[in-house]
Design a protein around this ligand. Structure first.
Ligand code: LMR
Length: 425
């Protein structure tokens, strides 16, 4: 391959011959444009729309009640402390040790024995996506014949991540379109019917896109069935704090699995709960049998990271370390997360009330029953297209509404448009 490449360049460069020249320009002629990303493509379309009425409830990114992006006060303070004091040295391959330490406490608990016993292999990752991808690559390398069970539906990018890691995908039932809630019975059946020792991807809280989470009792049953079958659980926890407003409560699913002695994996992200979207800061952790194993696993995770990006970026990790390492700033953060979650919960009530006031013949109870950043509205792709084309309202075609983009200013307009496109069924 290298030889072929050299000879093509050499031929066109030295002789400039017709055949050789045309060959040298043909490298990428077979490349077709990639399909638009189902989530990030919505933002592109929104930005290209010049309507003054346009509303973006596509991407899951928090907005204040004026529709503006938010930088948390705790983040501003951390930045003030960083200013001028930061050198630009590389982080270790595994990222910021302090950030990882603090991040593990959030997922596993302040007084976790697993942390004390150093049984968790953990590295900084490029937000939740990077953490999932690192895990998928790790899975492929060390369990090469395994597959992964993914809920239906799930965040669209999960499919891309395991596809590009060459891990075959299976699905399991999760959402029930009629009840707009959890299809618990089918989910348990799928868990039971999967071959023993299968890998499962679970959303720790605030399931994306449905906003439907198992209850505590249901998590206990899921954990029990995983135990019986010897399955592996990787938790994607992109919304810790966003579901209930309390990061401890949102970690309940994980804690239940830990109480049952599962060796879980966990992908964490600070995109949403600290508003550090573009900083790409997160963490992948893998619970091991003992410290020796954790050291080995961490070294392998680092080795996977090295040829991709060598070491993760420093700025976001520093912000997180400063906030979580200072009790006052941490308290401020907890208040601010709760503030964001509460605003979203308030918008759920407002959207539902507006639809009911308009006399919608449909039930909108699920808007307030679902939890986290998203409402899985039940609208069809055609209804979504009408919302976009007639009302300049942008959302993903699966009917997911990012409640974080709903404000007191646009909730009436949104409700009216939803009513218009759904009233005839
Ligand atoms: C979303 O689901 O909208 C977010 O997680 C953003 C993303 O990267 O897709």
């Amino acid at each position: 391959m290298a030889l072929l490449f050299r000879s093509r360049v050499w031929k066109s460069g030295v002789f400039g011959g017709g055949v050789a020249r045309s060959m040298s320009t043909a490298w990428w002629r077979h490349v077709e444009p990639a399909p638009k990303d189902p989530i990030l493509g919505v933002t592109e379309a929104f930005l290209a729309d010049s309507s003054p009425n346009k509303v973006n409830v596509g991407v899951g990114a928090y907005r204040d009640d004026n529709g503006k992006p938010v930088v948390l006060e705790c983040v501003r303070e951390a930045e003030r402390r960083i200013a001028g004091n930061l050198n630009m040295e590389y982080l270790p391959m595994g990222g910021s040790i302090k950030m990882v330490e603090e991040t593990l406490k959030l997922a596993y608990g302040e007084n976790s024995d697993l942390i004390k016993d150093r049984r968790i292999a953990a590295v900084q990752a490029l937000s939740g996506t990077g953490a999932c991808r690192l895990f998928a690559d790790f899975q492929k390398r060390f369990s090469p014949d395994s597959q992964v069970y993914i809920p239906v539906p799930t965040w669209a990018n999960h499919h891309n991540i395991w596809r590009d890691a060459n891990v075959p995908q299976r699905t399991f039932h999760y959402y029930h379109p009629d009840s707009r809630g959890l299809d618990f019975a089918s989910m348990i059946d799928d868990i039971k019917n999967a071959p023993n020792g299968s890998f499962f991807l679970l959303h720790a809280c605030a399931h994306n896109p449905t906003g439907v989470d198992p209850s505590e009792e249901q998590w206990k049953e899921i954990s029990y069935q995983f135990k019986v079958k010897g399955h592996y659980a990787l938790f994607d926890m992109a919304y810790q704090g966003f579901a209930s407003g309390d990061p401890e409560r949102d970690a309940k699913s994980i804690r239940i699995f830990l109480e049952d002695g599962h060796l879980i994996g966990c992908a964490q992200s600070y995109a949403k709960n600290m508003g550090l979207y573009g900083q790409r800061v997160g963490c992948l952790s893998v619970v091991c049998e003992d410290e020796k194993q954790a050291v080995a696993v961490k070294s392998q995770l680092q080795q996977l990271a090295r040829p991709m990006y060598s070491n993760p970026p420093v700025h976001g990790a520093l912000i997180v370390s400063i906030i979580l390492g200072d009790p006052d700033l941490k308290n401020l953060w907890l208040k601010e997360v709760k503030g964001m979650a509460d605003r979203i919960i308030g918008m759920r009530t407002a959207l539902r009330e507006n639809l009911e006031k308009l006399g919608s013949p449909l039930s909108w109870e699920h808007i307030t029953k679902q939890i986290g950043m998203f409402c899985y509205s039940g609208m069809t792709p055609e209804q979504v297209d009408r919302l976009t084309n007639e009302f300049h309202i942008y959302l993903t075609r699966n009917g997911r509404i990012s409640m974080a983009g709903v404000t007191t200013g646009n909730v009436g307009y949104l409700a009216n448009a939803i009513h218009e496109v759904t009233k005839s069924g």
